[in-house]
Design a protein around this ligand. Structure first.
Ligand code: ADP
Ligand code: MG
Length: 580
């Protein structure tokens, strides 16, 4: 991946003024540093010439001047170290926020493919060295370029042939640096991807820890983890090998340069084309030239990590949300709740087979429709087309005669309430979790919603009632209780259309009865789509649609379908047998 330099630089914009200050301070500090050896040269020359009386007076003056330079240099570097790092950290945090916000907006298609743990590493560890790159990158290049060029011209002035001899090494050194930058970029990218794999493995094992323990498979998970951990280790080993080559290769060049200067410099003294103070000054400036090279090679490895982090950041930023508002989309209000699937075909991206093919179905406002059928028939998929979790491959889905793709996405989703098969509760209190249905709701409204969802009683039995913490460090709720909280959320949201995907896991009879009651209450005055696994939940539905892999097999009321003696009738008799 090429480095998107324009995009990279655009993040400086909000901090341009502070950053210019930092750059200016870096410039002044390096100029001050550069003046030091010249003063040393002046003093040593005069002392050697034995001009002691004049010299002593001047030495004090020069000493004072050097002190001033030292103060300027350190004050400048203080601003660079403090403000510069702060700017870098702010920019890194801007990128992190942008990445998180962008991921929030991506569609299900994206989340079907990406692993949570890997995304976590992109947001956290991948961006860590970006602040260093942002802060030190341009600043160091400016600072060291000044030092390097300054040293070069002063050296040229002191002794041109020796300077040119030294600079003959530089193209070689340059080529060496470019090569190793390439190698390191690749090594860091691999390593970051491996780290992401480790994260994904941790996330997976911990999220499924109940399954792990129930199968007694701790050792299996440890081995899976160790495999990823080792792959990460291997990638680190490759980095350190390349880094060791780089550092020591550069060191070799530096020694070559120093030896050249000492040998040819001494020869020049013998031939009297150079004096001792000049050789000392020469060596000091060579040190000034070499220090940037050393620093830059060490920084380069950090910068490379920052650059690869930025490249991985851009990979996600460049993903467009597959499902977004069209320019023509408009808000729907008020929604009556009529729904139509018109010749709908759908297949998941990267899958060959269609889940739905040429399916048509009309649902009137306020109707209660149940979907039943074998698992994998496409019931959940069909219902997910209405809130545009996915878009149809062919055909149209209409809400109140508008194609859902023409409706403003937020207003579309606000008009649909969803109770999912497996309810997700956020960490926080029971109260906060219900409020998720409508952030503006008052406590009274939340209590009323909980009552309607038949959740109030069990909530009051929790240790802290509505203020009980849920989740990892809080109370554990049963499947039925979670579903009732989820229903309470939808009561609070109060949408004209609801989709209820019944939990596949078995509930006890009492929970089932309570949930059925609250569902029926929720359904009043709303268009209701229920995906049912227990036929007892939906016998009273106005319409039951039997969906199979080949599409809609039959539809009608419970009684008409029983009379039909088709798929529904046989499903019903097996479940009836079962429950006896
Ligand atoms: P049902 O709800 O009737 O059990 P689904 O709608 O969940 O059926 O699934 C229908 C088919 O689509 C199944 O073959 C399933 O494997 C597939 N499927 C479901 N979700 C996805 C997905 N996110 N990506 C790819 N295939 C999927
Ligand atoms: Mg399903």
């Amino acid at each position: 991946m090429d480095f998107p330099i324009k995009k990279f630089l655009s993040y400086y914009k909000p901090y341009l003024r502070v950053y210019l200050l930092v750059l200016t301070c870096a410039l002044i500090a390096s100029a001050a540093t550069l003046a030091f050896p010249l003063l040393v040269r002046y003093i040593t020359k005069n002392v050697l010439e034995g001009n002691s009386s004049i010299v002593l007076n001047e030495v004090y003056g020069i000493g004072g001047f050097m002190l001033l330079l030292a103060v300027i240099q350190n004050a400048g570097n203080y601003i660079v170290d403090y403000k510069g790092h702060e700017v870098g950290a702010r920019m890194e945090s801007d990128l992190r926020l942008e990445l998180f916000s962008h991921i929030q907006k991506l569609s299900f298609q994206f989340f079907d493919k990406e692993k949570t743990g890997q995304l976590m590493s992109r947001i956290t560890t991948d961006l860590l060295l970006l602040s260093e790159l942002y802060h030190h990158g341009p600043e160091d290049y400016v600072k060291y370029l000044i030092r390097f060029m300054g040293a070069f011209f002063i050296l040229l002035f002191i002794n041109a042939p020796l300077t040119i001899a030294v600079f003959c090494f530089l193209p070689l050194l340059g080529g060496f640096l470019v090569l190793f930058n390439k190698i390191l970029n690749k090594a860091y990218r691999t390593s970051k991807a491996r780290m992401a794999d480790v994260n994904a493995q941790v996330e997976d094992s911990l999220a499924g820890i109940r399954v792990v323990k129930s199968f007694g498979n701790e050792q299996v998970e440890i081995e899976k983890f160790n495999k990823e951990n080792n792959r990460f280790l291997e990638s680190r080993k490759r980095i350190y090998k390349a880094e060791a080559y780089l550092y020591n290769g550069v060191e070799t060049f530096i020694q070559l340069i120093t030896i050249t200067v000492i040998v040819f410099g001494s020869a020049a003294i013998v031939h009297e084309s150079l004096d001792l103070p000049d050789l000392i000054t020469f060596l000091l400036y060579i040190g000034f030239m070499i220090e940037p090279i050393q620093r830059m090679t060490h920084m380069t490895t950090q910068f490379q990590e920052g650059i690869t982090g930025f490249q991985r950041f851009m990979e996600i930023i460049n993903v467009k949300p597959g499902i977004d508002n069209l320019p023509s989309s408009r808000k729907l209000h008020p929604v009556a709740g009529g729904i139509e699937f018109r010749n709908v075909s759908f297949r998941y991206e990267d899958h060959l087979d269609h889940v739905l093919e040429n399916l048509s179905l009309q649902i009137s406002p306020g109707e209660f429709v149940a979907f039943v059928g074998p698992s994998g028939a496409g019931k959940t998929t069909l219902c997910s087309l209405l809130p545009r979790f996915y878009d149809v491959s062919k055909g149209e889905v209409l809400l109140d005669t508008s194609d859902v793709r023409d409706i403003d996405l937020l207003s579309l989703r606000k008009s649909i309430g969803l109770v999912q098969q497996d309810v997700y509760l956020f960490s926080g209190t029971v109260m906060e979790n219900i409020r998720y249905g409508n952030p503006e709701a008052t406590d009274e409204e939340i209590l009323a919603a909980a009552r309607q969802a038949h959740a109030h009683e069990f909530i009051m039995d929790l240790p802290d009632g509505y203020h009980s913490e849920i989740g990892q460090r809080g109370v554990r709720l049963s499947g039925g209780q979670k579903q009732r909280l989820s229903i309470a959320r939808v009561f609070l949201k109060n949408p004209p259309v609801i989709i209820f995907d019944e939990a596949t896991s078995a509930l006890d009879n009492e929970s089932e009865r309570i949930i059925k009651e609250s569902l029926n209450k929720l359904a009043q005055g709303r268009t209701t789509l229920v995906i049912a696994h227990r036929l007892s939940t939906i016998q009273h539905a106005e319409r039951i649609v039997v969906l199979t892999k080949d599409g809609i097999a039959e539809q009608g009321t419970h009684h008409s379908l029983l009379e039909n003696n088709g798929i529904y009738a046989s499903l019903y008799s097996t479940q009836f047998e079962w429950s006896r």
